[in-house]
Design a protein around this ligand. Structure first.
Ligand code: ATP
Length: 241
């Protein structure tokens, strides 16, 4: 289970890096403040995607550890606006505040970045209250990795789902073992969409890769499918026998 959770966390960070990359097309510089587990994973993923990453931390040991793998790694206290100014962080198109348990520092750093005019600030929160404060402060994107991962794992633990991703507006994408009601006839005839409000978009036969589902696709017992729809509907559908 440990490895499984680690892989889920890894994918979550990858997804955040992808979301982040999409919102800043063009100038590929980013300052990552805080090189703890979250910040260092995010920074590493951005580097792998060819981004220029300035990593900042107050801990010289962490900065030393990541000095070879990031474009720049600097020891600085980012609660000090002057330190950020000297590093030119205000000129960056985006910055990530990857400080969690030091809540006061997280708030001060976010405030400094806003003051410096960084147009795209991502901030990590460790609780809903922390997230609310960061949003009210003006952070452009607030993420709650622990909460979001907890909700995601709860879905996996309690159901037959093999993977679960929830988007905004109560919409989800789920990988699950096909329920019997969807098997044995072409999808076009199964009325899955009209009866259950979900769309089957992909299918994987044992021993084969995923392929698109079409109206002619006949799902067989043991197939794994990818289903989209309202969160409640995909949850209910994946629980059908
Ligand atoms: P993790 O990502 O490991 O779960 P966390 O959520 O517990 O971390 P913290 O440990 O509070 O968050 O902070 C993450 C990193 O941010 C730490 O390495 C810490 O040294 C660094 N940090 C804290 N305050 C500052 C600051 N003022 N300036 C720069 N870096 C800081």
């Amino acid at each position: 289970m440990g490895n499984y959770l680690r892989s889920l966390r890894h994918r979550r960070r990858k997804r955040l890096a992808t979301q982040y990359a999409r919102t800043t097309a063009g100038d590929q510089r980013v300052a990552v403040i805080g090189l703890g587990r979250f910040g260092s994973s995010l920074a590493g993923e951005l580097m792998r995607r060819g981004w220029d990453v300035l990593g900042i931390d107050t801990d010289p040991g962490l900065v030393q550890r990541y000095s070879d793998s990031l474009t720049h790694a600097v020891v600085a206290d980012s609660t000090d606006p002057e330190a950020l100014r000297q590093l030119g962080v205000g000129e960056f198109p985006s910055a990530v505040v990857a400080i969690g348990s030091h809540i006061e520092a997280s708030i001060l750093v976010t405030s400094n970045l806003l003051e410096a005019g960084v147009p795209n600030i991502w901030a990590k929160a460790i609780s809903r209250q922390h997230g609310t404060i960061l949003e009210r402060l003006g952070a452009h994107h607030v993420v709650l990795p622990e909460h979001e991962m907890g909700e995601r794992v709860a879905h996996l633990v309690t159901g037959r789902m093999l993977d679960f991703i929830e988007f905004d507006d109560d919409y989800a994408l789920v990988k699950t073992v096909a329920p019997a009601i969807a098997t044995g006839m072409p999808l076009g005839e199964s009325q899955v969409r009209s009866k259950y409000g979900v769309t089957i978009v992909g299918i994987k036969r044992p021993g084969q890769g995923f392929t698109y589902a079409t109206a002619e696709t006949v799902i067989e017992t043991g197939d794994v499918i990818v289903v989209t729809g309202k969160t409640y509907d995909v949850e209910a559908f994946s629980e059908l026998s």
